[in-house]
Design a protein around this ligand. Sequence first.
Ligand code: ADP
Length: 434
Amino acid sequence: MHRGLQTEIQRISLLTLFLLIFGFLNGHLLLTLLIGGGLYMLWTFSHIAKLYDWLDQGCAGLPPEASGVWGDMTDYLYRMQQRNDRAKQSRRNLSERVRNITSALADGVLTLSPDRVLEWWNPASIKLLGLKKSDRGQSIINLVRDPRFVAFIQSDSFSTPLELTSPEDPTKTLLFSAAEFGEGDIILVVQDITRLRNLEQMRQDFVANISHELRTPLTVLSGYTETLIDSADDLPKGWEKALDQMQQQTDRMSALANDLVMLSQLESTRTPPPSTPVDTTSLLQQIAEDAKVIAKENNDTENNDIITIDCSDDIMINGDTKELYSAFSNLVFNAIKHNPPGTEIQIKSYTDKKANVIEISDNGNGIDPKHIPRLTERFYRVDHSRATTTGGTGLGLAIVKHVLMRHGGSLKIFSTLSKGSTFICHFPKPKPKT
Ligand code: ADP
C-alpha cells in the first residue's frame, strides 16, 4: 500500500477515535461525529481546490503543500510534469539539431506527403530548385514539370536515381533520389552533380580525342607495313614474321581506337538516335554475308551453312542503321571469333507479346555463368590470354549494351559451358498510331 494512503487511513482512524471519545464525554456523540466529518471534508476540499489552481496555472512553479493522499498525488503529478518537460525539451533540442544539420547540407532535402505535396525543405533546396515560401502545400509535380521527374516521383519504387538538368540553371545537372518513410511520406534528396558530370565529360572527351588522333598514325603505319609485306622477297630473311606481327598489332590498335571512338560517341551523345525505321531483315542478311566472309578467312571453313538466318517477322526498329549494324555484327562476329571452326550460328528476328526481338545464338564453347554479369563491362574478357589470337578489344559487348540502351532496348545473355550462348536483344514495340 502507498505510504500516503496509509497515513490517510491512520489519520481518519485517529480522528474517528478522538471524535468517539469526545462525543461520549460531552454526551453529543452524533453531533460531534457530524461536525468532525464535516471539518475533515472541508480540509479535503481545500486540498482539491489548491490542486485545481495549480493545474489551471499549467503546473507552473512548485505544487501546493499537502500530506497523506493529497501529498502523494501532487508529488506524483509534479514528477510526471517534470518528466514531460524534460522530454519536450529534448525533442526541441533534437529538432533544432536536425534543422541545423539539414541547413548545413549542400544537398537539397525535401519531405513530401504521400500524395506528393511539398511539406518541408532545407535552405539548399531553395537554391537548387528555386522554391518559395508560398510553394508549401503545392504538389511537387507543379514545381518540377519535367515528364521524366513526374514519372520518377509518381512511381512506386525509387530504386534508380534520376539525373536531370536543373530547372533553375540549365548549366547544372541534378541527381534526384527518393525514399519512403513513415506512412507513405517521401524524402527527396537533390544533389548538384555538375562537377562530377564535367569531369566525366572531360574523361570521355580525352578518350575520344586520343583515340581519334591515334587513327591517322595507325593508318600510315598499317599502309607502310602492308607495302613492306608485299615486297618481302626483297627484304632480308626473317623480316617476314616480324612484319606479319607488326601488321597484326597495328590492326589490333586500329580496332581498339575505332571501338573507343564509337563507344565515346555513344556515351556522349545525349540526343536519341534518329527515329528512321530500319529494316532489320536486310540488315541481318548483310551481317550474315559479312560474317560468312570472316568465318571463311578465320576458320578456313568452306561450309557456308554454319550461319543460318530466320527473320520470320519483318521487324522495323526506329533508330540508327550504323549503330544497329555495329551492335548486331558485334554479336555475330563474337560467335565466330570466340568459338571453334564449324560452330553453328543462328540469327533470328521475331516479335513476342511485349517486344521486337533479335536473337543470336551459337552452339560453341559457352561462357561460365560467373562471367555473364560482367561481360558488358569495358575491357572485360573471359580469357585474357586469347585476346591476341581473337583480335578482340574487350569493348564489343559494351558497345552493344550502349546501342541497345540508346534505342530503348536491353540485352539478355544465356550461356551453358560446352553447349553454346544466346544473346537476346529486346526492343520496345512502336506504339500504334491513334
Ligand atoms: P571482345 O572484343 O573480346 O570480343 P566483347 O566485349 O565483345 O569483347 O566480349 C567479351 C567476352 O565475352 C569475350 O572476350 C569472350 O570471352 C566472351 N564472348 C562474347 N561472345 C561470345 C560467344 N558467342 N561465345 C563465347 N564467348 C563469348
